[in-house]
Design a protein around this ligand. Structure first.
Ligand code: ADP
Length: 320
């Protein structure tokens, strides 16, 4: 039969990445255009691994918008949920790679086309056919995109999809920390799968201790799986009846962009095929080992989308 569909909802944009790291945006001698946006990265992570995905969102009816739509199509992502806005431009992000390897973002969102997706523009049939419906938090920031986001979640849920949430915090997009936290938490108890990074864990809980108590303070009764990704330290998992950690792989990381999305795409691809993974610790650990490998491989190449691995690449990495 046909493979289960993973629908990924939200922003897609172009990251302008300085060709030299450790310099400020103003000092950057040049920029590389890197297609990005966490939900779009996840959609492509799924198809690279041989799964089936669709992207739902809005792009500008401009050169960048059509370039991005072309990248999704070329990667086998269903594009029937993409809208184009004739009035606003495709979102842009300027990314500073600081000398410690961390990233800082500056955005063009004035508003950008992605924020203008309206509830009445949603391809509801597509959303209803999702086995897993995945989203972030950036599309919660302003209307009308917020209403579109909430409606898409509701429609997916009603049709029986598993909801998956990666807040993918980009602090400078919100007017204040408080507002960011309030909005991220406003849809917290709807998701059955949630993935946060160590940075988001601290941001949302106010605690800089990465331990079970802190992570479990984010638990809610509808949750089936909570994941905390720890970069080069691997990940933590919390399910109803078990919890633990999965060790990382040691690699030569050159650019961590997209590691989390690669991890999420791998995980969702396996869960869409067999939800019983969520109740079986041994099998979940195997899947998380695979997802850690995907994240690790993604850090060994520049950019997010170009660095997302194929299934055969992951299998030979795991054997090697
Ligand atoms: P995010 O991109 O959301 O911050 P992480 O950076 O934690 O997410 O990456 C997700 C996963 O990718 C991690 O759990 C880990 O398995 C893998 N990973 C990320 N960075 C590295 C690294 N430097 N070395 C090895 N594995 C990594």
């Amino acid at each position: 039969g046909e493979k289960p569909l993973i629908v990924s909802f939200g922003e897609m944009l172009i990251d302008f990445v300085p060709t030299e790291s450790g310099v400020s945006l103003a000092e950057a001698p040049g920029f590389l255009k890197a297609p990005g946006g966490a939900p779009a990265n996840v959609a492509i992570a799924v198809t690279r691994l041989g799964g089936r995905s669709a992207f739902v969102g809005k792009l500008g009816d401009d050169e960048f918008g059509h370039m991005l739509a072309g990248i999704l199509k070329k990667n086998g992502v269903d594009d029937s949920g993409i809208n184009f806005d004739t009035g606003a431009r495709t979102a842009l992000a300027f990314v500073t790679l600081k000398s410690d390897g961390d990233r800082e973002f500056m955005f063009y969102r004035n508003p950008s086309a992605d924020m203008l997706l309206r509830p009445d523009e949603l391809n509801l049939d597509l959303i209803r056919s999702a086995k897993v419906f995945h989203y972030g938090s950036i599309s919660l920031i302003v209307e009308p995109c917020r209403s579109a986001h909430l409606k898409a979640m509701e429609v997916a849920k009603e049709a029986g999809a598993l909801l998956s949430y990666d807040p993918n915090l980009r602090e400078p997009l919100w007017p204040s920390k408080e507002e960011a936290k309030t909005q991220i938490m406003s849809i917290w108890d709807k998701a059955e799968i949630i993935k946060v990074s160590d940075v988001e864990l601290e941001f949302l809980t106010g605690s800089n201790k990465i331990d079970d108590e802190t992570a479990l303070s984010l638990w809610h009764p509808n949750l089936k799986l909570l994941l905390v990704t720890l970069g080069e330290k691997g990940c933590l998992y919390y399910a109803k009846n078990f919890r633990g950690s999965v060790d990382p792989f040691h690699v030569n990381a050159v650019d961590t962009t997209g590691a989390g999305d690669s991890f999420v795409g791998a995980l969702l691809n396996k869960i869409a095929e067999d939800q019983s993974i969520l109740d079986n610790e041994e099998r979940l650990r195997k899947v998380l080992r695979f997802a850690n490998a995907c994240g690790a491989i993604t850090t060994t190449k520049k950019g997010a989308i170009p660095a997302l691995p194929s299934e055969s690449e992951v299998l030979s990495f795991l054997e090697g």
